[in-house]
Design a protein around this ligand. Structure first.
Ligand code: ATP
Ligand code: MG
Length: 403
């Protein structure tokens, strides 16, 4: 935001300097001295060129409108944003299209004072169809201020800046903090409740079996708190990773999956499930950070197992070459994911609630968001298809160069 504010101030400063210089030159041109006239014309052209190149260097769209509301000047960013018809000569209201975007301009025109606002719009109503948002909402800063003229009513300069990406990041951060505190509060309140009961009625400790049962429940909930904190730390670690911070190595996919199956042995047995590895080439290798690949595959296999307690569950880890490079698929024939939940499963803390029985400690709902982010850090992508009760598959696609 600091850099953006500096850019905005610089743009405003440039416009002011340019306007003052132009005003002085125009005044002299109106009352010319013959020798001075040609030099002033030259100076005026030079000042305009300077203004154009300065304003074109700014990433924000910048418009200057005359007193009739017609655009007299616009920089390159404005032409790209508000095209395809060049904005020069058109009315501001027609060019900005949406009345919400034009509000600060109209306020400035009516009051003669600067006006600025953050305008929230549906993405489809935003100028240039704001590519910076996947949330469906675009946010634009519109800043309008009068620009002094040699004579007559002042022109108005309008700056437009797309803040959608920053807004979306801020939204994600706020949601994350809200969800994390909510998720942590539940187990903490439960543990606190049991402790309070013991303190208020210490005789309960004499009932050894009951006391041990309560302690067991508390232990489960503190385990969940630890898990949430570990997952949150992992997320923040992955979010600050890119290909350059990953510890890349080449390792055999079959070996990595077999290790995980061994780790999940007791769950596999408890669920009466079978897990099989079907690789197109038993020696297929992955080039990536093994720590993250272990997290990715562990979560996908564990999800398939733990959501599906009915006997006869089959989980298959399959690989095959694809147009893009390599496809790895984790498939199960369990309970599946309802279509209505599908758009949300990769979001942080999202769980399909009905999969969890009431007396079980829930997962954190962070697993799939970690999986997605870790795969993306490796240049890949993940999708999910599910026909509940028939087939649920998570497909990972990796580019050729990552193999
Ligand atoms: P955690 O991974 O932190 O233990 P979790 O497993 O509940 O918690 P995710 O891995 O993010 O969280 O999964 C989100 C939700 O997606 C799960 O709660 C579950 O409802 C659903 N889900 C994921 N994989 C499957 C699957 N193979 N079959 C059925 N439901 C699934
Ligand atoms: Mg999970």
């Amino acid at each position: 935001m600091g850099l953006n504010t500096t850019i905005l101030c610089l743009a405003i400063l440039c416009l002011l300097v340019w306007a003052l210089r132009q005003r002085a030159i125009i005044r002299r041109l109106r009352h010319p001295e013959p020798s001075q006239h040609a030099a002033d014309l030259h100076a005026l052209a030079a000042a305009r060129n300077e203004r154009d190149s300065l304003l074109n260097a700014f990433p924000d769209a910048c418009l200057i409108a005359d007193a009739q509301g017609l655009i007299q000047h616009c920089n390159q960013a404005a032409i790209s944003l508000l095209g395809p018809v060049p904005p020069r000569g058109r009315a501001v209201l027609e060019t900005l299209r949406d009345a919400r975007l034009a509000a600060p301009y109209l306020e400035c025109r009516n009051s003669g004072k600067p006006a600025a606002a953050h305008i929230h719009l549906p993405a489809e109503a935003a100028p240039g169809r704001s590519p910076n948002t996947s949330s469906g909402e675009a946010v634009w800063l519109v800043d309008a201020a009068p620009l002094a003229q040699a004579e007559g009513p002042p022109h108005i300069r309008i700056l437009l800046r797309d803040l959608s990406a920053e807004h979306q990041l801020e939204q994600i951060r706020q949601d994350f903090v809200a969800n994390a505190s909510h998720e942590l509060r539940t187990p903490i309140t439960l543990v606190d409740g049991y402790l309070e009961t013991f303190l208020e009625a210490p005789e309960l400790l004499d009932d050894r079996p009951a006391a041990l049962r309560f302690l067991g429940i508390m232990r489960k909930h503190t385990g969940r708190i630890t898990r949430i904190i570990e997952d949150m730390l992992l997320i923040s670690r992955i979010e600050s990773s890119d290909a350059s911070t990953l510890r890349m190595e080449t390792f055999a996919l079959a070996e990595c999956v077999q290790d995980l199956i061994d780790r999940l042995e007791s769950l596999i047995r408890a669920q009466h499930a079978t897990v099989s590895i079907q690789l197109h080439d038993p020696g297929v290798t992955l080039h990536g950070d093994r720590f993250y690949w272990t997290q990715i595959l562990f979560n996908l296999i564990e999800n398939a197992l733990k959501q599906n307690p009915k006997p006869g569950l089959q989980v298959i880890i399959h690989s095959e070459p694809s147009d893009a490079g390599l496809r790895i698929e984790i498939t199960d024939n369990g309970i599946g994911i309802p279509a209505a939940d599908m758009p949300f499963i990769f979001k942080r803390f999202y769980r399909v609630e009905k999969h969890h029985s009431q007396n079980q400690i829930k997962g954190t709902g962070l697993g799939l968001s970690i999986v997605k982010r870790a795969i993306e850090a490796h240049g890949g992508s993940i999708t999910c298809h599910s026909v509940p009760g028939v087939r649920t598959s998570f497909q990972i696609t990796l580019p050729e160069q990552e193999l």
